[in-house]
Design a protein around this ligand. Structure first.
Ligand code: ATP
Length: 206
């Protein structure tokens, strides 16, 4: 009898991907004893403004650079190739038809958990995946206020506080930060790509 695969689904705009993402994915892999963590860059992150979104190919390349050589980390491009908004529920349906026995675990930070009730098909998502949530920037893990009466469980991932956000990195790029100064937030391979492609250097609207 084969043991069902345990797959972590880690979605985001990854605009750009950074070291807090990597810390979260590494922790999820070990804490939840996953076989792999699928990094799923969103093609069209429907809940985030599109103005400052780097091209999909570059976000993919930055994720590739960030996870290079990392055991258990796998880039999954499916949402980049899908037309229309990137709904996690569609991705879950795809995984469940490809690997019906796999156990799926959705890995998110508290900012996303707090608004999970607004996600497309959120209640169905709860029935189909296990949730794993990390506190973020001082915000402890807590369900959406609107879900006071919605029974569900979430595993808390004990991520050490890491105050890194893509928003801050984009602001630093816009202010002309060099690759060496960005490396502490994104690692040198991603920092080099940010510099090489002069990403987020223009007027930032979001
Ligand atoms: P932005 O600043 O543009 O909103 P972000 O830094 O939140 O971006 P995303 O790609 O939106 O990056 O995040 C993907 C996932 O990683 C989300 O579930 C988010 O909550 C989580 N995450 C990102 N940064 C952190 C962090 N510093 N601590 C914990 N979780 C994080």
């Amino acid at each position: 009898m084969t043991v069902p695969a345990r797959i972590g689904l880690f979605g985001g705009s990854f605009n750009p991907p950074h070291l807090a993402h990597l810390a979260l994915a590494r922790l999820a892999l070990t804490h939840l004893t996953l076989d792999e963590v699928r990094w799923l860059p969103a093609g069209a992150p429907w809940q985030k403004p599109a103005a400052a979104l780097a091209p999909a190919a570059l976000r993919r390349d930055m994720v590739t650079a960030l996870i290079a050589g990392e055991p258990g980390m796998v880039l999954d491009e499916r949402e980049l190739h899908r037309q229309g908004p990137s709904y996690t529920l569609d991705t879950v349906h795809e995984f469940q038809s490809e690997q019906p026995d796999a156990e799926l675990c959705l890995i998110i930070g508290q900012d996303q958990y707090a608004r999970l009730n607004t996600w497309h098909g959120a209640r169905e998502l709860l029935r189909r995946v296990k949730l794993a949530v990390a506190a973020r920037e001082g915000q402890p893990v807590a369900p959406p206020a609107a879900w006071a009466d919605v029974s569900h469980t979430a595993v808390v991932l004990p991520l050490p506080r890491t105050d890194i956000s893509a928003t801050e990195i984009r602001a630093r790029c816009a202010a002309g930060a060099t690759a060496s100064s960005l490396a502490a937030l994104v690692g040198l391979p991603v920092a080099s790509l940010l510099e090489q492609h002069a990403l987020y250097r223009g007027q930032l609207r979001a």
